[in-house]
Design a protein around this ligand. Structure first.
Ligand code: ZN
Length: 189
């Protein structure tokens, strides 16, 4: 039995579905996206205070494909990016990190300690894992992730890769770094 706030969410969904307008079919949309190269993927944090649809003014006329994870880190977004490139061949990938992020407060050592308590039999694997801590400035963590993207053979050359910093207290988004391709990007590191 579902309990807690999800109960209300499911009730709201029932109302939502009443007036829902179905989108185009996937294969139709993917074909249009691939031919225009206009797709935008935004990688951002899972933080519930951060709403990328609102931050970027997305609506029925301006869309982006979303990837969200703890910190908005590239390390565990690569699989999804590889799939998205196959489906819609996005011309732009934006990496958005934000101020007051959980990954700046909870570091890998904290996460490892909590996980060792939860699953002591997995200690070896836990200690060998990285969890995406941010111990530098947000600008630096964004640059680190852009470097990973540019170095990945799974990201198409020529993809516009842009780094963004979101100030969660002012609502302002600023461009940390933008480059058209891996070659020019490598000059910055
Ligand atoms: Zn965050």
């Amino acid at each position: 039995m579902v309990s807690g706030p999800l109960t209300q969410m499911l009730a709201r969904n029932a109302a939502f579905a009443q007036t829902y307008q179905a989108p185009p079919k996937l294969l139709q949309m993917a074909s249009a996206m691939r031919s225009s190269n206009a797709g935008v993927v935004v990688l951002s944090c899972s933080d519930p205070r951060l709403n990328p649809y609102q931050i970027l003014g997305l609506d029925a006329t301006l869309k982006a494909t979303m990837i969200r994870n703890a910190g908005g880190r590239v390390v565990d977004a690569i699989r999804t990016l590889a799939v998205l490139q196959t489906i819609g061949a996005p011309g732009t990938i934006a990496v958005m990190h934000h101020t007051d992020c959980g990954m700046t407060h909870y570091h890998d050592a904290d996460i490892r300690a909590a996980l060792r308590d939860l699953a002591p039999e997995e200690t070896e694997a836990i200690d060998a894992s990285k969890f995406g801590e941010i111990t530098t400035s947000i600008e630096e963590s964004v640059r680190e992730d852009l470097k990973l993207l540019r170095a990945s053979p799974l990201i198409r050359k020529g993809t516009q890769i842009v780094g963004l910093k979101y100030d969660i207290f002012s609502g302002e988004l600023s461009v940390v770094e933008e480059e058209g391709d891996a070659k020019s990007g490598s000059k910055l590191v």
